[in-house]
Design a protein around this ligand. Structure first.
Ligand code: AMP
Ligand code: GLY
Length: 416
């Protein structure tokens, strides 16, 4: 099978790494890729938001499957353009990707599907904003309706901060604060059959102890030793299957990766958000534990034959990933700084470095080119071992001005 992956983050590097280890994959292409992906896939330049250009590239490469990684091309209709060309594509249509592209649309789907989520108001002017803030009280949760790379959400005790963020958005969702640990649960679906993956936990805040601003994600781990073993079955029944069924009934079937961001509250599981693609950095740890070769599963989802898929096989071990971010991320990041120690880090046992914002400079050096730069990933028989390995490898990597969290998976790895 010949495969083309669209995107160039650590999630796409994780996807490409798994695909490169899959014996069914005979050729692997990625556009645009990055300096790490270049080691496992042939890279191509394309405007990833241009569906026709992506379909042309897929056609000229003669690939059997296109996998669209990030949300922006999905929301722009890239999967539609590829499918229109008769090429199987893993990723939802633009219409179904609105589940991520509009928080208000996601709330509407959850309401008709009976999926438990935070109570919310959609506001378009200052009066509505003030009423909603007043109705819920602190802590305030204020979400830009549109795509914002994980940075459109403000959670704050300060009503002035909440109000300022709300007024800076065209359309804003203001909702009830959900208390409790967060879980990311991914499911692969062809629009009918839903195949959940293993849950992971992401660390969204920039600083240790969940302080600082929201980011795209600073680290992740899987499995979740503290979670109810019945969690996956429960979420399949109450969240994932009803959502997929509702979108099919609306005439906009969702095929691809359905990502449920969940809060485990004292009153039960609630959906915080849906995404229409693999999460980053959770994918790095989920795929590290998946033993079933990936390409066949994604092809079945893309061709509507997921019901034929045998149960997925998982490693009993653990995986931890820690993100190294550029100076000033999640603000405007500084880029172009050289990265050293990558080869040494990769020699560490059961550890690998996935690239996000990196590129090969003309000098031949690997330099930073984005906010999240690397995702240092390790596996082990326990979370404690995986965590220790990831941090040991991270220690030998040098990127001037960079920062990372030191507490990824720390609590979960403690003896229970
Ligand atoms: P989202 O982009 O919707 O996932 O929001 C980003 C992050 O903001 C989430 O991962 C949570 O940590 C936090 N958040 C979002 N909605 C809520 C909520 N209703 N209650 C508490 N925290 C929330
Ligand atoms: N890790 C959060 C996300 O992918 O949206």
């Amino acid at each position: 099978m010949k495969v083309l992956v669209i995107g160039g983050g650590a999630r796409e590097h994780a996807l490409c790494r798994s695909l490169s280890l899959d014996p069914d994959v005979t050729a692997l292409h990625c556009a645009p890729g990055n300096a790490g992906i270049a080691e496992v896939a042939e890279q191509h330049q394309v405007n990833v938001l241009d569906g026709i250009a992506v379909a042309d590239l897929a056609g000229s490469l003669g690939v059997d499957l296109v996998i669209v990684g990030p949300e922006a091309p999905l929301v722009a209709g890239v999967a539609d353009a590829v499918r229109d060309r008769g090429i199987p594509c893993f990723g939802p249509s633009a219409a179904a990707a609105r589940l991520e592209g509009s928080k208000a649309f996601a709330k509407d789907v959850m309401a008709t599907a009976g999926v438990p989520t935070a109570r919310s108001y959609v506001c378009v002017n200052a009066e509505e904003v003030d009423e909603a803030l007043d109705a819920f009280g602190p802590p305030y949760v204020v979400k830009d309706d549109g795509l914002a790379a994980g940075k459109g959400v403000v959670v704050t005790e300060d009503v002035a901060v909440a109000r300022a963020h709300a007024l800076a958005c065209d359309r804003v969702v203001i909702e009830e604060f959900l208390d409790g640990p967060e879980v990311s649960l991914f499911a692969i679906t062809d629009g009918e059959t839903v195949l959940p993956l293993q849950p992971a936990q992401d660390f969204k805040r920039a600083l240790d102890g969940d302080e600082g601003p929201n980011t795209g994600g600073m680290g992740a781990y899987s499995p979740l030793p503290w979670a109810d073993p019945k969690l996956v079955d429960e979420v399949l029944e109450t969240v994932l299957q009803p959502t997929v069924d509702d979108l099919r009934r609306r005439g906009t079937p969702f095929s691809g990766l359905l990502y449920a961001g969940l809060a485990i509250t004292s009153r039960g599981v609630r959906v915080i958000e849906f995404n229409a693609r693999f999460g980053d950095p959770e994918t790095q740890v989920v795929l590290a534990r998946l033993k079933t070769p990936l390409a066949g599963v994604l092809l079945r989802a893309a061709t509507g034959t997921l019901e034929l898929q045998p149960p997925l096989r998982w490693s009993d071990g653990a995986a931890v990933t820690v993100v190294i971010a550029s100076h000033n991320y999640p603000g405007t990041p500084r880029t172009g700084d050289p990265i050293t120690g990558l080869a040494e880090a990769a020699e560490h046992e059961k550890t690998y470095v996935l690239h996000a914002g990196t590129k090969l400079a003309e000098s031949g050096e690997v330099v930073s080119s984005g906010g999240r730069v690397l995702s240092v990933t390790a596996t082990g028989s326990s979370l404690a071992t995986a965590r220790e390995r990831a941090y040991r490898a991270l220690d030998v990597i040098d990127l001037d001005g960079s920062h990372h969290r030191t507490d990824i998976a720390a609590r979960a790895a403690e003896p229970r």
